[in-house]
Design a protein around this ligand. Structure first.
Ligand code: R5P
Length: 267
């Protein structure tokens, strides 16, 4: 399908599409307000040209951590973003390891989240074989993920660390729950942004006798300072998926690809 994008001298954007067919797909990153606006213009143009359904494949769905109003007066950015996409004409969103199931309902469009963790578990199994190890979630929510990964490995136990967030960049290490096995722990999470969540979990694991840390995260957001933080922690290896660009970091990185999972889910 032909897509013509115009940026006017005042910065406004415009989109014109050729024949989109009945069910076009948009494959796009969605991290910023500009991304949201570009996708919205495209979906609106497609619907205006006769598309009955528009599916957006957004490997990483920004704003998904704002899945609800935590304090009175908070905006709920995640549900709002989905409502905005629906208003523009998107009928389905396919993404990866969605931060919260709460986002799946009530937005006026269908949301599908693909699970990359069987791929991560296979990559860990290949590299570690039967090495005794601990798979650790850095908060209670991530324990389910840790258990699922540990269950796919022959010699792993699952644990999780209590998380007490003081601010956006400060977290206090809490108690460790579950069983620690071996001297290596793999911390598993959906997102690494500042890295403070990983840092707090690593500290608790080290107190419990863990000497070596690997990190596996689906979305390598890596805001400023995150790479340094993980380097300082002595993380030995980083496993990520390809939902976001590879961060610049001084340690071996292994990438699992979710592209075919996303394409299959969008069919
Ligand atoms: C929070 O609930 C998420 O699952 C991640 O743990 C969090 O977004 C990581 O952020 P940061 O790297 O800034 O600690």
């Amino acid at each position: 399908m032909d897509i013509e994008r115009i940026v006017y001298p005042d910065g406004e954007r415009h989109v014109r599409v050729g024949n989109p067919g009945k069910s076009p797909l948009i494959f796009s990153k969605l991290r910023s307000a500009d991304d949201l606006w570009d996708i919205s213009l495209l979906a609106d143009a497609m619907r205006g040209r006769g598309a009955k359904r528009v599916t957006l494949i957004a490997p990483y769905l920004g704003y998904s951590r704002q899945d609800r109003r935590v304090y009175p007066g908070d905006a709920a950015g995640g549900p709002l973003l989905l409502r905005q996409l629906a208003a523009a004409g998107v009928t389905r969103v396919v993404t990866t390891d969605l931060h919260s199931d709460k986002l799946m309902k009530g937005a006026g469009l269908a949301v599908t989240s693909v699970d990359p963790w069987p791929l991560f578990a296979a990559a860990l199994k290949k590299r570690l074989g039967r090495t005794p190890l601990t798979i650790a979630g850095p908060d209670h929510g991530a324990f389910k993920r840790a258990r699922a990964v540990a269950g796919r490995l022959k010699s792993a136990s699952a644990a999780w660390v209590e998380k007490h967030r003081v601010s956006g960049t400060r977290i206090l290490s809490g108690l460790l729950h579950g069983r620690v096995k071996g001297e290596l722990a793999v911390i598993v999470d959906d997102i690494c942004s500042t890295g403070v969540t990983i840092e707090a979990a690593a500290k608790a694991l080290r107190k419990a006798g863990i000497r070596r840390i690997w990190v596996a995260v689906t979305h390598a957001v890596f805001s400023e300072g995150a790479a340094k933080r993980l380097e300082r922690l002595g993380v030995e290896r980083l496993l990520i998926s390809d939902t976001l660009p590879k961060p610049k970091i001084r340690m071996p990185i292994e990438t699992v690809s979710v592209r075919s999972l996303l394409k299959r889910a969008a069919r």
